[in-house]
Design a protein around this ligand. Structure first.
Ligand SMILES: *[C@@H]1O[C@H](CO)[C@@H](O)[C@H](O)[C@H]1NC(C)=O
Ligand SMILES: *[C@@H]1O[C@H](CO)[C@@H](O)[C@H](O)[C@H]1NC(C)=O
Ligand SMILES: *[C@@H]1O[C@H](CO)[C@@H](O)[C@H](O)[C@H]1NC(C)=O
Length: 422
């Protein structure tokens, strides 16, 4: 006998067609590689060699924080990624054994060497740079290379110069005392260095900050936000910042501690047009690396409060909702159906659900009763975030029902935005 859960899973698999060739970047979706497998490269580091991008990251498929592999993926377009041999795998009896934690791999790897970008790398050893602890490392390469790391029990943040063969740290060039920073990246724009980092709050996201200076040795400006502080960096933590023309790409992780391998990638344009780096929270976007440009897709919005409500669902008012209204008390008997959603009938379209979840834990909502979409906590009723889902819409009018057939509470739904792209 099929249980209801098995039925839902079977229906879910039927609904989601496996497409591994993609054209757009959709932050927060389950990203697959060119073989259709979920990309396991958390805490990313990107290296460009010739026309090829290499993405190194932590393989968390085992849903454990312990070291299983530094994976390596290659792409020529930053969208289609194909997995290569692992760059580094556990070596028992060393500091990179399967019972150690290896996080935020960055290449050129400081502790391992290889002849080809993906490696595999020869492990040469680990030690504390200049005899002080180092955590959550980043790497920045200018004319020289620098190690960026949290030190002194995560209290002080340090930038240290590497020697000419990138084997060891030679001196601390800058130290931000008591800064409690981690997950750092540095981008240089117009001869100004921007240090981008999060604060320390475990797996939970916090408002990531930037600091600027005309020299890597500082002095650094006081910290400022790269996104509205109450969004907690759109529920993500910085991992790497890749220069893109006069802007950059913010590459972050949306950690899911109870299911680490399902942590999503949050990549957004990081735009300097206001004079300082600010995340552009695009649901769907594309990048032309050679031209140094990005394009944010525009979609069609449908307000939840214009849908038809059933069961316990009620209309909520609030100044942060689009149109001042949203639909609450969804799930556990409440649902809303949005009609006349225009589809293109081309086999799959991205839809962003704008929602608010004031709980301290994640919620989720069904769509068309069988597809389940996760809804991370937004930190408050006044903070609206979006999560993507890909659906097959027929050409012309479609009806979409949210939060039916679920006993748990869904988040409050503000609106949906339907994109042409699949
Ligand atoms: C990804 O690969 C597919 C198949 O080769 C191609 O059609 C698509 O344009 C590629 N995406 C990008 C962004 O280049
Ligand atoms: C790294 O450099 C420091 C400072 O110069 C030195 O004390 C240490 O022995 C070096 N470590 C290795 C493994 O070469
Ligand atoms: C959906 O969310 C509820 C909490 O509202 C949670 O208990 C449940 O495990 C979630 N379901 C899945 C499949 O993640």
């Amino acid at each position: 006998m099929f249980s209801l859960l098995e039925f839902l899973l079977a229906a879910l698999i039927a609904e989601i067609s496996f497409v591994s060739a993609e054209n757009v970047i959709v932050p927060g979706a389950a990203w697959t590689d060119t073989s259709g497998n979920i990309i396991q490269a958390h805490g990313a580091g990107i290296l460009k060699v010739g026309k090829i991008f290499y993405w190194f990251g932590e393989d968390k498929a085992a849903n454990s924080a312990l070291f299983s592999a530094v994976s390596c993926y290659i792409s020529s377009d930053l969208v289609n990624w194909s997995r290569q041999q692992d760059a580094l795998t556990p070596i028992s009896g060393t500091m990179i054994s399967a019972s150690n934690i290896v996080e935020r791999p960055k290449v050129p790897l400081w502790l391992a060497t290889a002849n080809t970008p993906c490696g595999p790398y020869l492990y040469k050893g680990s030690w504390q740079p200049l005899d002080a602890d180092s955590r959550d490392m980043g790497l920045f390469q200018d004319k020289s290379a620098y190690l960026l790391y949290a030190s002194d029990n995560n209290q002080d943040f340090k930038i240290s110069l590497l020697d000419s063969d990138y084997y060891n740290v030679t001196s601390v060039v800058s130290q931000l005392n008591g800064a409690t920073l981690e997950a750092p990246g540095v981008v240089k724009e117009d001869n100004i260095y921007y240090l981008i980092a999060s604060h320390t709050s475990g797996w939970n996201p916090n408002p990531n900050k930037f600091f600027s200076s005309s020299s890597l040795s500082g002095p650094w400006s006081s910290q400022a936000d790269i996104a509205p502080a109450d969004t907690n960096t759109y529920f993500s933590q910085n991992a790497f910042d890749l220069p893109l023309g006069s802007n950059a790409i913010y590459m972050g992780d949306r950690w899911r501690p109870d299911l680490l391998g399902s942590s999503q990638y949050i990549w957004y344009p990081l735009d300097w047009s206001t004079g300082s780096p600010q995340i552009v929270p695009a649901d769907v976007w594309s990048v032309d690396f050679n031209a140094g440009t990005y394009t944010v897709a525009s979609g069609q919005s449908y307000e939840a409060e214009s849908g038809s409500l059933s069961g316990s669902a009620v209309i909520l008012t609030g100044s942060s909702f689009s149109g001042g209204k949203a639909v609450g008390y969804l799930g556990n008997g409440g649902s809303v159906t949005i009609s006349n959603v225009e589809g293109n009938g081309q086999g799959g379209q991205w839809i962003a659900l704008y929602y608010t979840n004031a709980d301290s834990t994640w919620r989720n909502t069904t769509v068309r009763s069988t597809v389940l979409v996760d809804q991370p906590n937004t930190g408050g009723e006044n903070v609206v975030l979006s999560v993507p889902v890909k659906l097959n819409l027929r050409e012309g009018a479609n009806s979409l029902t949210f939060a039916i057939d679920q006993s748990n509470c869904a988040a409050d739904l503000d609106k949906i935005v339907v994109y042409q792209q699949g």
